[in-house]
Design a protein around this ligand. Sequence first.
Ligand code: SF4
Ligand code: MG
Length: 326
Amino acid sequence: HLTLGDKLAARLGANVETRSVRAVDGVTLRVAKGETLGIVGESGCGKSTLGRMMAGIMAPTSGTVRLKGEPVMVNGRKATTTIQTVFQDPFASLDPRMRVGDTILEGPLAHGLVRPRDKGEALARALTEVGLDPSLSARFPHQFSGGQRQRIAIARALAMQPEVLICDEPVASLDVSIQAQIINLFLELRQRLGLTIVFISHDLAVVRHLADRVAVMYLGRVVEEGPIGDVYDAPKHPYTRGLLESVPKIALDDGGRVDIRPIRGEIPSPLSPPPGCNFNPRCPIAVERCRRDDPALRPLGPARAAACHLAEPVAPVAAGDTVAAI
Ligand code: SF4
Ligand code: MG
């Protein structure tokens, strides 16, 4: 029920030598109620920009982000409280001079979601929800561990009674064992509260644990989309294949990272994307056409799509199959 308009394009870094960078270019994504959509890609692929636009923090230069049909931004300002965000670094997002209880209640009180006389109860509920002892609410952020601070950031988001949570690398700065705890918390909250979650991460293993569907981004575009198991088991885009081969298949709580085979080549500058397919300079199976024609994201079967000339359909493509991005 979260729809990004059909020609969503954000121009960032306004004018670099009179040219502007399209951090996100022509992306359409739909997220159904109660679903968790993972957005993966290397750093700089535009996934954070996309997340900020979905959250109503940043306006696209064209296109509209809608929640249940209503624009999430009106006149350049976020127009809804039902989309909340959780970012990578909870220390940066929590005011160090505020008691965490005040931080959590600030938004709900300002928006009339909690009456002043119900503060204590609302705070206890918010902290319990994320597995923290309500008696800690008078403490300051520095008195908590990284994992606890992320729980506080999640409690602050939940206190706004959101329907949609946009999470950008919410476990990236945590130790692996703590990552698993926070991921379990997301799984639990999704089930208990029926939350819709957009989970942005460079970590494919983390996304596999959480997401129902995944969108793979490269240079500001979605290059592949589909149900998480289908995409991970049988990727259709060479970039997705490369990403999956570049991480060892280890369990999340297994500790270290070994045997990484990175994708060859560098990510091109978004200022001068290559002609034809954006991925062609790095693609191991590129053909002549790839240097000339830019592949559109096209349906390859039920709920699957990829932007590659050589991607084969997974099943006969039916008339009603949705193209996930344009
Ligand atoms: Fe590779 Fe060509 Fe497919 Fe692009 S269109 S991913 S270059 S095969
Ligand atoms: Mg990012």
